[in-house]
Design a binder for this molecule. Sequence first.
Ligand code: UDP
Length: 498
Amino acid sequence: MDSQAEPKLKIFFFPYILGGRLIPMIDLARLFASHGVKATIVTTPHNVLLFQNPILRDQKLGYDIGFHTLNFPSEEFGLPNGCENELTTTNGDMFIKLFMAAMKLQDPLGKLLCETRPDCLVSDRLYPWTADVTDGLGIPRIVFDGSGCFSHCVEESLRRYAPHERVLSETEAFVVPGLPNKIELKRSMLPDYVKAENGFTLFLNEALEGEIKSYGIVVNSFYELEQAYADYFQKEMKRKTWHIGPVSLHNRRHIDKVERGIKTSIDEHSCLNWLDSREPNSVLYISFGSMPRITSAQLLEIAHGLEASNHPFIWVIGRILDYSSREKQQVESVLLPVGFEERVKKSKRGLIIRGWAPQLLILEHPAVGAYMNHCGWNSIIEGVTAGVPMITWPFSSEQFYNERFILNVIRVGISMGNEHWVPLKELPRVTIKSEKVAKVVKRLMGSEEAEVLAMRMRAAEYRDKAMRAFEEGGSSYANVDAFIAELKSRRKNQNGHL
Ligand code: UDP
């Protein structure tokens, strides 16, 4: 790949403080290192500790990858030592402090870039200020947002045409204009910062300006998954993009699937033994991502619904936080219905994981037949890669747009029916009843309905396409090489002009 004479391309990767953005950025850096670049992950000490094992393993394999550590100003913002990403926060107040502290990385990053002059900086989109830092130094900035193109196309349409301003109520459906598919949303599904300008709107406007100024965007998706939207993004929105995913597929070794940052709360062997004991396609995997999202009331309804549906399940009950007060601490004891866990254990019908699950390992197991999730982009792309249909249950951020992608574009899922967006750090105000949970689970897991069978087939087809795209000869593989070739030729041209 690399000619002997030509120095390696030197790329810096600068991940954000949210788990769902940090994890894929690490995969991304490892992917590029495996294609022959010198990859440096620029992050803070405790994030280094989280991810050092996979990086050490890659180094042993001969890949040129490592960390550069920037100090994190925890103390200055009253954060406990070690709180450097959202995964370690225990209340909403800490999250705000974390957000502010991350802004302070601007000066040390600028200094580092000035001294070391990498060939490019892959920056999370939520560091808009890296656009000015790189601009001043003539270093190309590449944006990574963790998400696919579809949600950006929806956002752009809402910005351009504001269809949500022409409906009479929160519950009246409207069509998102100009997109390749008919996509309907309701005002109740839109973020508050889209419906009325607030501080976060201004922050996102900055992120958008930063993106427009940047050299290009790497997308954790594959061209065949969202072809029409990848084209829309390039042609209509004039962004230069490389679809290089699914980056989770870079975790080929068993150990990389288990140790992907956070330590799992279950021994992987007991998890796999339990899955081995189940019939193929019989298990529903339930996880709502890396952040707390479920109220205690909703937890009870899900538990009752699962019992009524009578289907095997793995249910990841992550952190349950109480955000009713910004100061309140984590609710340690999660209350499930009386006797629920004992019944589940005795009947061996379910596995409950409190904390962090080895998600990639679970999803790829043949016993898993469907995936209930919150429509975070990583969850979606990992579900697509596993070839399983999904039950969609969005809550926040751009998750309602992503839900439309599953339901209306790739058509591999059915909705749990939540229609009410809440801010990232607030808990849902609507509780879905157990009867509804049971009905949706039964429909996807148990029925031979033609539409459900068609969904299963489509999901399997997308899995095959994902695998092909990522392998040598596939579109994502070729895009990584094309990206590297373009930046090398840019470097050559620049050196020629010196
Ligand atoms: N994840 C995991 N184990 C868990 C919960 C989450 O490995 O118990 C990983 C999951 O595989 C995905 C990420 O965390 O890569 C969640 O990202 P997503 O974009 O879906 O959601 P977010 O947490 O950002 O809302």
